[in-house]
Design a protein around this ligand. Sequence first.
Ligand code: ATP
Length: 225
Amino acid sequence: MTAATPGLTPVGIFGGTFNPVHFGHLRSALELVETLDLAGMRLMPSAVPPHREPPGCSAEHRAAMVELAVAGESRLVCDRRELGRPGPSYTIDSLAEISRDLGPAHSLCLVMGGDAVASLDTWYRWRELLDWAHIVVIARPGWHLPADGEVADWLQRHRADAAEVLRRRRSGAVIIEQLRPLAISATEIRDLLRQGRSARYLLPAAVLDYIDEHGLYGERRGKNG
Ligand code: ATP
């Protein structure tokens, strides 16, 4: 556990495949920035996700869509660091890099949805994540936190109140945040598009335009169709 350091600046890191990024990600990111009073949130697309099938859409396209989605909202930024690293995109490596880049005046908050946290024990060196960051778990619609087992015990053991820790410790706490539930998933968006249906209002229009322009996820459609 890290020693108490008053007055740290907390920064959020939201990793994912973002295939594609949607309003569930974006609204959650912004609400966390405001409720936890974070200096900003880095949306960090993974190049080669270690825990799931390769996304089928290039990391370059996924990052470009994140960049379009956050344009004009200075508190959200796209962090492309995993695109430049060969091999699987291990979150622990990114956290160590960001921690070194930002220096000792910052605390890091790694954001993950409830579904991601349920399989946390499959992540590379998962227990060490808390050596580099706090973990902020979003209670996501349709998912429940693990109720028993090793991950459940670990989450419970490190659970803390955000106001208590984010400015005082650089890492080591688990924070559970209930946000506005938005039952949007990238899987559903890809399915809609593959069926030639509209995904409008589930993700930013600029992202939908990009998808159309590049013929991602199925047939080309009309503008925002
Ligand atoms: P897929 O449907 O392809 O699995 P996804 O929509 O779950 O994609 P990911 O890129 O896999 O999106 O998720 C990145 C992170 O965002 C994960 O921690 C996930 O739990 C979280 N997340 C995804 N959708 C939402 C949502 N609607 N609300 C809150 N968090 C979300």
